[in-house]
Each structure stands twice: as structure tokens, then as C-alpha cells.
Design a protein around this ligand. Structure first.
Ligand code: BTN
Length: 324
């Protein structure tokens, strides 16, 4: 066990009490400086550790940390290697860099705050501290790039299951990859894939999920107020929920990914759909086409019937949905 893990064990065993750096150093046969460094690293991992002169250190073990998330993992998600960072530009970008350096499948990057959170179509994803889950998953699937939609669908289903199980909120999927509660977006998914030109197979894919758990301090920026929301409307920091939802997303995602049962996945994806049977507008570069969403096919494409009778099969892109 590393000094960091040993220090964590001592602090956790004495949670709520102060224990001096000297005592920990003596118990672990290391220098006080080594203990101090371990404390700094644990803080970087998301732990809140109070330090009081002449008393020592005391841990508040209720943070949004990889240790708490790890403890909630089951099935093959237990093999995830979580890299937790307090503040990053974008977890997808970090994970893409790690992928290029050879990081393994199931490496997961989780952050408390993103300064440059990225969304689809070059948009930004608002990612303030202490309120959301910003998480990216690295995959090295042995299927072709044309199956990347399967990963996004798996992530959407995993997010819905996790939200429903951990919070009881009736989350739904707005095709293609937004998760809604009460008609407002509470989660977005960005899948980025790099494929091998020669073989047409995926070199790797990074699936990023941003979930708004609580209302950000000071609220959402005005341009998002009408379209974005969070699982809880208060501004209190709910780390228990953040850890539970993050872990459940990973548990469900890897259950679906390992089985690779596309038919079953699409059936479940459809059962959570917020768009089937709804009036929609298909948004293309220069126009908006009024239509009705009819179905989602076996490749997660949306089948829509335009008011002029023409049928569309959409594999990506934008639709707007009227909910009321
Ligand atoms: C969208 O709604 O357009 C997709 C948003 C995806 C946001 C997540 S947050 C974690 C990961 N890192 C990013 O920069 N983006 C994704």
C-alpha cells in the first residue's frame, strides 16, 4: 500500500478526530514530510482534510472522491481505473490524451469542475464546481466505427438507469443523447471516436457524460435557464448522490457494453424515449421541418414522418421537441 493509502486508512479509522502528522509518520515508519505530501495528494483526490496546529489532521469522508465511487462499483465496472481530478479543461480531452499514450480500456476520468467542458457540435458544456458529475470512459471496442452510436445509446441507458435508481427521478432520453427530467436537460453525452483508416475499426472511443446533480451556485447562466436543469433544485452539495450516480452509470454501462446485445439495448433505449409519438422539428442547416417522431430503429436512428408525408431516418443531428 502506498503512503497515501495508508494515511487515508488511518484518517478514516479516526474519522471525526484529529491525529497528528508525527503520530502517523511513526506508525507508518515514514517521514513527516511524506505524510504531509500524502495529505496534499488526498486533497487533490477530492478529500476534505482539516489541519489544526498542535492537533493534526481530521478527514471529512463525505466528499465526491474516487474512493467512495470505487466502493460502489460492481460487476466488471470494478476493473475501472478511475483518475479523479478536481479541475480540468475537459475530461474527454484528458482521456483522449491518455488514450494516445496507451491507457487501457476502462480508464475513467472524473472531475469536480471543468473549465472547458465540451458538448456536441462544438458547443460548450457548463460544468461548474461541486454540483455535477463530469465523467469520461475510455473504450477500445473491437467493432467498426459505424457502431459508435451503440456506445452513446449504452451511455444514455446507463445514465437513465443510474438516475432512476439513485434519485427516483423519471429521467427520459431525448434522441439522440440528451437526458431530460421534466422536459429539461439534466445530462449530455459526447462520444468521440478515433478509427483506424485501414481496418475501419475503432482505435478507441471516449464516452463523456455530464450530469447536473444540484443547481450550480448562483444558478445556470441566463441562456441555459430555460433548457437546462438539475436533478435537485437546491444548491446544497450532494456528494452522496454524485458518488452513487457516477458509480451506477459505470455499473450499468459496463453491464450493457460487456453483453453487447444491441437488440436488448435499443428496446430499453426506446422504453425511455421522450420523443416517440411527439411533434418534433427536424433542424437542418437551412430549415426546420415539422414532423412526428415515429420510432427508433435497430441502429439507434430516429424515424420521423414529416408533415408533407416524407419519411426521414436520422442518424445524428438535431431535433427540437414540443413537450407541452
Ligand atoms: C452535449 O450535451 O452536447 C454533450 C455534453 C457532454 C459533456 C460531458 S462532461 C464530461 C465530458 N467532458 C467534456 O468536455 N464533455 C463531456
Amino acid at each position: 500500500m502506498k503512503v497515501k493509502e495508508q494515511v487515508l486508512l488511518i484518517l478514516r479509522t479516526n474519522a471525526g478526530e484529529y491525529i497528528s502528522g508525527e503520530e502517523m509518520a511513526n506508525r507508518l515508519f515514514v517521514s513527516r514530510n511524506a505524510v504531509w505530501k500524502a495529505i496534499q495528494n488526498l486533497r487533490k483526490d477530492g478529500f476534505e482534510i482539516n489541519a489544526v496546529t498542535n492537533k493534526g489532521y481530521c478527514i471529512n469522508d463525505s466528499g465526491f472522491t474516487k474512493y467512495r465511487i470505487n466502493a460502489l462499483l460492481g460487476g466488471s465496472a470494478q476493473n475501472c481505473k478511475i483518475k479523479y481530478l478536481d479541475t480540468v479543461g475537459s475530461t474527454n480531452t484528458i482521456l483522449r490524451e491518455l488514450a494516445e499514450q496507451g491507457a487501457e480500456e476502462k480508464t475513467v476520468c472524473i472531475a469536480n469542475h471543468q473549465t472547458d467542458g465540451r458538448g456536441r457540435h462544438g458547443r460548450k458544456f457548463y460544468s461548474p464546481p461541486d454540483s455535477g458529475i463530469y465523467m469520461s470512459i475510455l473504450l477500445r471496442p473491437d467493432f467498426g466505427a459505424e457502431n459508435a452510436a451503440f456506445l452513446t445509446a449504452a451511455a444514455a441507458v446507463a445514465a437513465v438507469r443510474a438516475i432512476r435508481k439513485s434519485t427516483g427521478q423519471p429521467a427520459q432520453i431525448k434522441w439522440v443523447n440528451d437526458i431530460l427530467c421534466d422536459g429539461k436537460k439534466i445530462c449530455g453525452i459526447l462520444t468521440e471516436a478515433v478509427s483506424d483508416f485501414e481496418s475501419g475499426t475503432l482505435q478507441y472511443a471516449v464516452v463523456g457524460l455530464g450530469i447536473n446533480v444540484t443547481r450550480p451556485k448562483g444558478g445556470f447562466p441566463s441562456e441555459l435557464e430555460d433548457i437546462a436543469s438539475s436533478l435537485y433544485s437546491d444548491e446544497a452539495v450532494l456528494n452522496d448522490v454524485r458518488c452513487a450516480v457516477a458509480a451506477e452509470v459505470l455499473n450499468s454501462f459496463f453491464e450493457i457494453y460487456d453483453k453487447c446485445d444491441k437488440k436488448k439495448l435499443i428496446k430499453e433505449y426506446k422504453s425511455y424515449s421522450a420523443v416517440i409519438g411527439k411533434r418534433i422539428k427536424i433542424i437542418s442547416a437551412d430549415k426546420e421541418i415539422p414532423a412526428t417522431a415515429v420510432d427508433i430503429d435497430g441502429n439507434a436512428r430516429l424515424i420521423a414522418r414529416a408533415d408533407n408525408g416524407k419519411q426521414y431516418t436520422l442518424s445524428s443531428g438535431e431535433i427540437s421537441v414540443k413537450f407541452r
